[in-house]
Design a protein around this ligand. Sequence first.
Ligand code: F6P
Length: 342
Amino acid sequence: MRVGVLTGGGDCPGLNAVIRGIVRKGVQEYGYDFVGFRDGWRGPLEGDTVRLDIPAVRGILPRGGTILGSSRTNPLKAENGIRRIKDNLAKLDVQALIAIGGEDTLGVAARLSDEYAVPCVGVPKTIDNDLSATDYTFGFDTAVNIATEAIDRLHTTAESHMRVLVVEVMGRHAGWIAIHSGLAGGANAILIPEQRFDVEQVCAWVTSRFRASYAPIVVVAEGAMPKDGDMVLKDGSLDSFGHVRLSGVGEWLAKEIERRTGKEARTTVLGHVQRGGTPSAFDRWLATRFGLHAIECVHDGDFGKMVSLRSTDIVRVPLAEATAKLKTVNPKLYEEVGVFFG
Ligand code: F6P
C-alpha cells in the first residue's frame, strides 16, 4: 500500500515527530511505502511530492518545522480542486492520505473523506490547542514553555525599570496559551478572547501591583478584545480560509495603560517564536504516538477518523466531529486564575 502524508496550516513543533512515527511503523510493521506531499494541500492539488522513506525521517524527531513544508492552501477554493486531488492520488497510486493539521486542514480532510470518498486520516496539530475533540494538540506544550520562559525573562526588566510589560501571545480565538503561560509565568493580568476585558480594570490591577512595589506583567492573547470596542488589528487581511490575521492588541493596550496610569508601558509580541524550534519532550511523545496510531488507522481501513488524546489514551473520533466546534477556555477556569490578578 502507498500512503500520502501532508502537513498543512501554521507550522508547529512536533510535526516531524508525527511524520517519523508514521513512516517508521508503516515501513517496519506493515511494509507500506510513502509519498510526502509538499506544502499542505498544495502538494496533492499540484502533484508536488517529496521522497518519504526511513532515511528521509532519520534525525528529524527533535527538529521544529516540517520536512514536508506547509501552507494555508484551501483546495476547496481552487478550480476543480477535488478532481485534481483525486487524479493526482490515482496517478501516484496513493491509496490513503494522512493529513496533519488544525481546524482548516482537517476540515478539508473531513469533506474529502465524507463527501468525495477520499480515504483520509487526520492528526490534530496546533499550538492553539483549540480542537474540541482532543484533550491536547501537540505543539501547544512547546508554545506554552516558550511563552513562560519569555515572561520569566520579562519580569527582570519590568522590575529593574519599574515599567509595565505587556506580552502578546498567539492562540487565535482561544486563550489557552495565554492562560497557561500567564499562570506559569506569574502574570498580574491575563486577558483572553473568551472574556472581553475592561481597560479600567486592567489599569487598576497595574496600579495595585506598583503599590506593592512590584512591576506588572500583563499577558494578552492576540484575539482578546476590549469590553467596549472592536478587535484591535494591526493588519486586517484574511488568509485563504477567511481567517483574519491577528495581532495588534498588545501595542494598543500598552498605550492605553500608559495614557491612563502615567506609568511607562512596553509591549513584547512573541509571534512566531512560539511556533519555532525544538519540540518539548511532551510534544515529541504525543506527536509520535499520534503518528503511530494514525498509520494503524490506515492499516485498519478506518478512514474519516482523527486520532485524539483522551486522558492518556489515543482514541479515534470522526473527522467531522473533530472540526465541528472550537475548544475555548471556560469561564470557571478563568475565574480560578483571577485570584492572581492585580
Ligand atoms: O494557528 C496557529 C497560529 O500560530 C495562530 O496562533 C496565529 O493566529 C496564526 O497561526 C498565525 O498564522 P500565520 O503564521 O499564517 O500568520
